[in-house]
Design a protein around this ligand. Structure first.
Ligand SMILES: Nc1nc2c(ncn2[C@@H]2O[C@H](COP(=O)(O)OP(=O)(O)OP(=O)(O)O)[C@@H](O)[C@H]2O)c(=O)[nH]1
Ligand SMILES: [Mg+2]
Length: 202
């Protein structure tokens, strides 16, 4: 089974993406495995819309564990198993809350082993505040690390919002040389291209 990790700063839309993308890939009832930083696992089954309501939100650091969904994808004439993993958001510097620090460490510890990394940035925020505010040191470090490996894609999210076009241009400039797909996790825009990319790397 190949792991596809969705990472990025807090509030960029990772949880909404993972749930809506799983839905796009044919899942209507989400069986979510949550693994906390101490390694404890529990499973929860939701309808997609209930999972989005319960697991995403505008408050930073909503997700504090690895949340994975197992999927089957058509590849060539057969099917391949994919584990799509939502992670805790990364933030700059040393966070004051130990639970957030542990969760971020858990995210980073899983980056190396993942077959595919989807690195999400908020294009709308980049358009409103500029690249310096919206893209952090942590984003540059992830991109630099990923340059040495394949299976790395940048998702410029929230393209449904007005400032996102300007933001996308900034993101393209900052991450020149990387593959970037503009998406809206909320409305499913760009999911076809993301699926094609993921299938290529499975
Ligand atoms: N307009 C718009 N809003 C979005 C989109 N994707 C996510 N959001 C909103 O952005 C906020 C954060 O979404 P989450 O999915 O919880 O973000 P996250 O990256 O998982 O955040 P953490 O778990 O805190 O790291 C929520 O209010 C979402 O509704 C999008 O494509 N368009
Ligand atoms: Mg989240």
């Amino acid at each position: 089974m190949s792991r596809c990790l969705v990472i990025g700063k807090t509030n960029v839309g990772k949880s909404v993406f993972v749930l809506h993308f799983a839905h796009y890939l044919g899942v209507s009832e989400v069986r979510l495995t949550c693994e906390d930083p101490e390694g404890r696992r529990r499973e929860k089954v939701f309808a997609v819309e209930n999972a989005v309501r319960d697991l995403s939100g505008a408050t930073p650091h909503q997700t504090l564990c690895l949340q994975s969904i197992k999927l089957e994808l058509p590849v060539g004439k057969g099917r391949k198993l994919l584990e799509l993993v939502d992670t805790s958001g990364l933030s700059e510097g040393i966070h004051s809350d130990i639970n957030v620090r542990r969760a971020m460490a858990q995210t980073l510890a899983n980056v190396r082993e993942a077959k595919i990394i989807l690195h999400m940035v908020d294009a709308s925020r980049a358009g409103m505040t500029g690249a310096v505010e919206a893209i952090g040191e942590v984003d540059y470090q992830v991109a630099q690390f990923a340059q040495m490996r394949g299976g790395y894609l940048i998702l410029a999210n929230k393209m449904d919002l007005p400032a996102a076009k300007t933001g996308l241009a900034l993101i393209r400039r900052e991450f020149a040389g990387h593959t970037i797909i503009p998406i809206s996790a909320l409305y499913g825009h760009g999911f076809r291209e993301v699926k094609q990319y993921v299938c290529r790397w499975l």
